[in-house]
Design a protein around this ligand. Structure first.
Ligand code: TNX
Length: 493
C-alpha cells in the first residue's frame, strides 16, 4: 500500500498492515454525548466524500459484525477557548479492520482527527471505499492557524463564509479572522448604531458586492465555525481604514460633515480624531458590541496604514481601543504598526508587511507581546500566482504555491524567537477578488500550504513531499464544488 497522502503532515503515522476498514452503508458513527456535534459533521463530510449516508448513534450496537467509527472524548472534554494550549488540539486516530477510533481531549481535536480520516478514505479495489489500517498521533506546532478574510471590499454571504470555514477545518486551521470594517463598507450590524450598516452596508469597493451580517448572521457563522473547531475573530479596523464610519457620522470629522462614500482601492487616507467628543463613545459602542457578539477570546483592533495621521494621534487612538477591548475581557490583536505604540504587555501583533521595520515588533515581544505571522510575500492570497492570474494584485510579488510553502515561521522576524510566535494567518483582501469562484481560486491550493507551515514540525516541511500529498486533494475540492488553481509543480489528479 502506498503511503498516506495527509496534509498537513502529522507527527506520526504508522501503517498497521492488517486489512483496511471497509467504509460502506453498514457503518455506524458512535459518539460520546459531548461529541455528537462533531459526529454530525463527520456524517456530512464522509457523505460528501463517498456519497454514503451514515447514521449517528450514541451507544454502540455491539454484535460480531458491527463496524463503527467511534468518537471518544474524556469526560469534561470542554474546549478552553482562552488557553493557547496545543494539547487541546492533539488527537489520535486508530483504524483497524473493524473499528475506527477518533480520540482527543476536546471536540476541536476530534475535528482534526476527522480531517485526517477524510483524507484516508480511498476507493477500494471492488468499487467501494476503504480506510487503510493505521495509527496516527498528532499535535500542531503552533496554536494559531488561520485566515483573515476581507469581506468589506467585496462582501461574501453567510453560506460562502461557511464554505470557507469548511476549507479551514479541512486543513485543521482553527481561526477565521473577519475584516468587517474598512473605507469601502461596514459589514457587521451594531445594535444602537444601526446607521453603520444601513448606510455603509450597501457600499463596497468598485466591482465588489455589498451587504452586511446581522447580529443573527454573525451568531450563525460562529456557531457553524465552532462546531468545526474554528474560532471567529472580528476586526474593527482603526484609526485608519475608517471612511465607512466617517461617511455615516459627521461628528467623527473636524468639519462635522460626513465624508463621501469611497469605492477605490487606495489605502491610508482615512482617519479618526482622538480629541473629538464623539470619537471615544463611538469606539466604545463598536468594540463593546463586537465583544458582546463574539464567542471567541479575541478582538482585532486593526491599526494598519494610518498613513496620513500624526503619530501622536495614532498612538492615542490605538491605546484607547486597546483599553476598551481589554475591558471587555477579550485579548486584543492588532496589525504590526501598533507595535510601536507602547501598548501594554500581552498584545498579539500581526506581522504582514516585509517592507516595514521589524524592530518595533522585536521590542514589543521582549516586553511580553506575541506575534502572529502573515508575511505578504508568502501568505497574502490576494497576491496573483503569476502574471496571468485574473484576480488579485502583485504589490508583494507573485505568490505561487511553493512560495506559500517554503518559509519558516520560527525565523521570520529577527529578534523574535519561535516561542513568541502564536502562529500563521493567511490573508485574502478583496479589492480585486470579486465573487466566490474568484475567492476559492485564490485560496486553493495555497491555503493548504499555510496550514501545513503552521501545523507540521519544521523537519517535515519538504516541497517534494507536500507536492505529492496535495495532488489528490483536488478531488475533494471538486466534490465540494469549489474553484481552484492548478499550481505548477504538482501532478494534479
Ligand atoms: C494592505 S494588510 C492592507 C489592506 C490591503 C492589502 C492588499 C493590511 C493590514 N492592510 O488594507 O487590502 O494591503 O494586499
Amino acid at each position: 500500500m502506498s503511503a498516506l497522502n495527509l496534509v498537513p503532515l502529522p507527527v506520526s503515522v504508522d501503517l498497521i498492515g492488517t486489512p483496511p476498514f471497509a467504509l460502506d452503508d453498514k457503518v455506524v458513527i458512535v459518539a460520546d454525548p459531548a461529541a455528537t456535534e462533531v459526529a454530525e459533521v463527520a456524517a456530512k463530510v464522509l457523505s460528501q466524500t463517498t456519497g454514503l449516508t451514515l447514521p449517528v448513534a450514541s451507544t454502540s450496537e455491539g454484535g460480531d459484525n458491527a463496524r463503527e467509527i467511534r468518537l471518544v472524548l474524556p469526560p469534561q472534554g470542554a474546549v478552553d477557548e482562552g488557553a493557547l494550549d496545543m494539547s487541546d488540539e492533539a488527537y489520535r486516530l486508530e483504524v483497524t479492520s473493524d473499528l475506527v477510533t477518533l480520540s482527543a481531549t476536546t471536540p476541536r481535536g476530534l475535528n482534526w482527527a476527522l480531517a485526517t480520516l477524510r483524507q484516508m478514505v480511498t476507493p477500494g479495489e471492488d468499487g467501494g471505499w476503504v480506510i487503510p489500517a493505521a495509527l496516527v498521533e498528532d499535535v500542531p506546532r503552533f496554536p494559531w492557524r488561520g485566515l483573515s478574510m476581507d469581506v468589506v471590499r467585496s462582501f461574501y454571504t453567510v453560506d460562502e463564509v461557511k464554505t470557507v470555514v469548511d476549507l479551514l477545518a479541512t486543513y485543521k486551521m482553527n481561526t477565521l479572522h473577519l475584516h468587517l470594517t474598512d473605507d469601502q463598507g461596514w459589514r457587521l450590524e451594531i445594535p444602537g448604531r444601526e446607521a453603520l450598516t444601513e448606510i455603509s452596508g450597501v457600499t463596497a469597493g468598485a466591482g465588489g458586492d455589498a451587504g452586511f451580517y446581522t447580529v443573527e448572521d454573525f451568531a450563525d457563522i460562529q456557531h457553524y465555525a465552532a462546531a468545526r473547531g474554528v474560532t471567529v475573530v472580528p476586526e474593527f479596523d482603526l484609526p485608519g481604514h475608517t471612511n465607512a464610519a466617517t461617511h455615516v457620522y459627521g461628528e467623527l470629522t473636524p468639519s462635522g460633515e460626513p465624508t463621501p462614500a469611497y469605492d477605490g482601492a487606495k489605502v491610508g487616507f482615512s482617519k479618526l480624531y482622538p480629541d473629538l467628543p464623539a470619537t471615544e463613545p463611538f469606539l466604545r459602542d463598536v468594540i463593546n458590541s463586537m465583544a458582546e457578539q463574539t464567542v471567541g477570546p479575541y478582538i482585532h483592533i486593526g491599526g494598519d496604514e494610518a498613513l496620513e495621521m500624526d503619530l501622536g494621534n495614532y498612538n492615542e487612538l490605538v491605546t484607547m481601543a486597546e483599553k476598551i477591548a481589554r475591558e471587555t475581557g477579550k485579548r486584543p490583536v492588532a496589525w504590526q504598526e501598533a507595535a510601536g505604540a507602547g501598548l501594554p504587555g500581552n498584545m498579539i501583533y500581526q506581522f504582514w508587511d516585509p517592507r516595514l521595520t521589524r524592530e518595533d515588533m522585536a521590542k514589543a515581544v521582549s516586553e511580553g507581546g506575541q506575534l502572529l505571522l502573515s508575511p505578504a510575500n508568502h501568505v497574502y492570497f490576494d497576491m496573483q500566482y503569476d502574471a496571468d492570474t485574473p484576480h488579485g494584485q502583485d504589490w508583494s510579488g507573485y505568490v505561487e504555491l511553493r512560495d506559500s510553502y517554503e518559509w519558516d515561521p520560527g525565523t521570520q522576524v529577527e529578534g523574535v524567537p519561535e516561542e513568541d510566535v502564536v502562529g500563521v494567518e493567511a490573508t485574502v483582501w478583496t479589492e480585486y477578488i470579486h465573487g466566490f469562484d474568484a475567492m476559492t481560486y485564490m485560496l486553493l491550493p495555497r491555503l493548504a500550504a499555510a496550514a501545513e507551515v503552521g501545523w507540521s514540525a519544521r523537519r517535515a516541511l519538504e516541497w517534494e513531499s507536500f507536492a505529492g500529498r496535495i495532488a489528490p486533494e483536488s478531488a475533494w475540492w471538486n466534490a465540494m464544488g469549489v474553484n481552484w488553481h492548478r499550481s505548477p509543480g504538482v501532478d494534479w489528479k
